[in-house]
Write a protein that binds this ligand. Structure first.
Ligand code: 7TS
Length: 406
């Protein structure tokens, strides 16, 4: 992979921030956008912006073809067996909430269990907390190992015949842990439970095959994979989605509306109430083309190399505490002695380096780590070893700045 050529595709990277060339290390929060996506959005708004699925006019037909064409791109990207299994949502959060509100509400009752882990993003915790409160079911957690991984024997002990839903992140946005979701799906299925995989941090960075994973539901966000904000995907197996009720009612998702009752369109549209996220889907399609042209295997290899290099270099700094396992996805979450991560991120920002500081929407995990917050550097296809050197130099500056705490 030619990183220099890749960087040329991202106009935002070529600027100075606070007098220094920008080093963007916050792609786990949201990725930057390549020209191909920016230009596709411009093409859409300049050329054929129209509502979809309704008109016979020419622009409406082009917009519909582009919107549905993007769905086919997503289908191929995750190897779903049909576009009926690809539902456009606002993002991962909306996708998980849809499963909880539809499948959860219909299938959970007292005595049933939902199984998750303490490393989940809030978006994969709170929807389950809410639905178990409503249905009388119980929320259970597979415990974590000290290095932030999950043992399959713990998964086997936690998932029981009372478990109806297992919902686990593929890759941790804090620890970088790559969870054995395929094996956990098998355990879930042995217990007649369904398996949701939160792919927010995996779809952007590795090849995904939902049929190979045997995930019943797989969710991800376009904005973390070079696409626009406001678009994401809920993949679900057709046999499950067909039996699920929509959660948003209104235009677009109906077949016939009578005074006192109505019927729904077929999949996937029954889950897409209201004017859909047309520009977002079209932009996501362009992002998928961009990532696929470069190759997900090359992107993954590049990020693994960056993560290994960052671990090696950052570990040399006195007072450095790094969280998560050795084998990890492309991010490093850390604390530097007693410097508050917000102070650390502020000093780095003055050097033009963007990292995230805070709880990363994973407060239960912060409690498990016994910290209130951490800093996080996350990498993507456009990052370089030189940028990691800049980060390490910035951390040295931070150390000097807060010298008295060491
Ligand atoms: N699940 C995981 C694993 C995530 O990392 C995120 C966002 C979400 C769900 C929610 O995605 P959304 O697009 O619906 O907001 N993670 C992060 C992060 O790590 N920093 O900012 C957002």
């Amino acid at each position: 992979m030619d990183v220099k050529a890749v960087r040329e595709e991202f106009p935002i990277l070529h600027q100075e921030v606070n007098g220094h060339p920008l080093v963007y290390l916050d792609s786990s929060a949201t990725s930057q956008k390549p020209l191909k996506v920016i230009e596709k959005l411009e093409e859409y708004y300049r050329g054929y912006n129209s509502n979809v699925h309704r008109g016979v006019h020419t622009l409406g037909t082009i917009a519909t073809d582009e919107y549905e064409g993007a769905r086919e791109k997503v289908r191929r990207f995750i190897n779903a067996s049909s576009t009926q299994e690809v539902i456009f949502t606002r993002g991962t959060t909306t996708a998980i909430n849809t499963v909880a509100a539809s499948y959860g509400r219909a299938n959970l009752s007292e005595g049933d269990e939902v199984v998750i882990t303490p490393m989940e993003h809030h978006s994969n915790i709170i929807p389950w907390q809410q639905i178990v409160k409503e249905t009388g079911a119980t929320l259970k957690y597979i415990p974590l190992q000290p290095d932030g991984t999950i043992l399959l024997e713990d998964a086997r002990a936690t998932i029981t015949s009372n478990t109806k839903i297992v919902s686990i992140m593929h890759v941790s946005n804090v620890l970088g842990t790559i969870n054995p979701v395929k094996e956990i799906a098998e355990i879930a299925h042995d217990n007649n439970a369904v398996m949701l995989v939160d792919g927010a941090q995996s779809a952007p960075h590795m090849k995904i095959d939902v049929q190979d994973l045997d995930a019943d539901f797989y969710t991800f966000s376009g904005h973390k994979m070079c696409g626009p904000t406001g678009i994401g995907v809920l993949y679900g197996k057709k046999a499950l989605l067909e039996n699920m009720e929509p959660v948003e009612f209104g235009g677009e998702m109906i077949d016939f509306v009578n005074l006192y009752d109505s019927t729904w369109k077929e999949l996937p549209w029954k889950f897409e109430g209201g004017t859909p996220i047309i520009a977002g889907a079209v932009g996501l399609g362009a992002a998928i083309d961009f990532l696929t042209d470069i190759g997900l295997d090359d992107i993954k290899a590049h990020e693994e190399k960056l993560a290994a290099y960052a671990l090696h270099e950052m570990n040399k700094i006195d007072g450095m505490q790094i969280y998560g396992p050795e084998h990890r996805a492309g991010l490093v979450t850390f604390n530097l002695a007693d410097v508050h991560p917000h102070d650390l991120a502020t000093v780095l920002d003055a050097e033009g380096i963007a990292v995230r500081a805070g709880h990363h929407c994973a407060q239960p995990l912060m409690r498990w780590l016994e910290v209130s917050a951490t800093a996080r550097a996350s990498f993507y296809l456009y990052n370089t070893e030189d940028e990691i050197d800049r980060l390490v130099a910035g951390l040295q500056t931070t150390k000097e700045y807060f010298g008295d705490v060491f």
